[in-house]
Design a protein around this ligand. Structure first.
Ligand code: HEM
Length: 119
């Protein structure tokens, strides 16, 4: 299940995605990004290829490095993203699919390049 895969994330992002300031951002704000193609592509790249660069979430900013999780399967990546997005799912949310993960996996980016895609 998505909750099981999320065990890989909890140590940094917290059990409910609340984050651990000042190092690790929350994830409760990312759901609405699942409603746009650009937002979905960004989230898939973060999971597969990591993220590095300063980000602002509300009043706080973070400037760490997230490792990529390309060792997870397409299905596991889809499950964990669906788990995270469920904290603030947009109306009519279309779940991430393994096929969508495979397409982004085929286009590797550096963590800095992923940062430039942030919505
Ligand atoms: C950022 C998800 C595991 C550290 C992010 C973002 C997402 C995410 C969606 C982007 C947030 C945004 O743009 O506002 C996940 C998921 C994980 C996971 C689903 C498990 C598969 C981890 C782990 C660590 C970590 C284990 C620590 C070793 C970070 C850091 C950032 C970040 C430091 C911000 C990077 C920066 O400042 O550029 N994570 N994460 N993440 N994550 Fe994770």
């Amino acid at each position: 299940t998505g909750a099981q895969v999320y065990a890989n994330c909890m140590g940094c992002h917290g059990p409910e995605g609340q984050g651990n300031p000042p190092s690790f951002p929350p994830l409760t704000h990312v759901g609405p990004w699942a409603a746009t193609e650009g937002g979905r592509t960004y989230l898939l790249h973060v999971l597969l290829h990591g993220l590095q660069g300063e980000i602002r979430v509300g009043e706080a900013s973070y400037n760490g490095v997230m490792p990529g999780f390309s060792w997870l399967s397409d299905e596991e990546i889809a499950l964990v993203l669906n788990h995270v997005v469920a904290w603030k799912a947009p109306q009519g949310f279309k779940p991430f699919t393994p096929g969508e993960v495979a397409q982004v996996r085929a286009k590797p980016l550096s963590p800095e390049e992923v940062w430039r895609l942030r919505p």
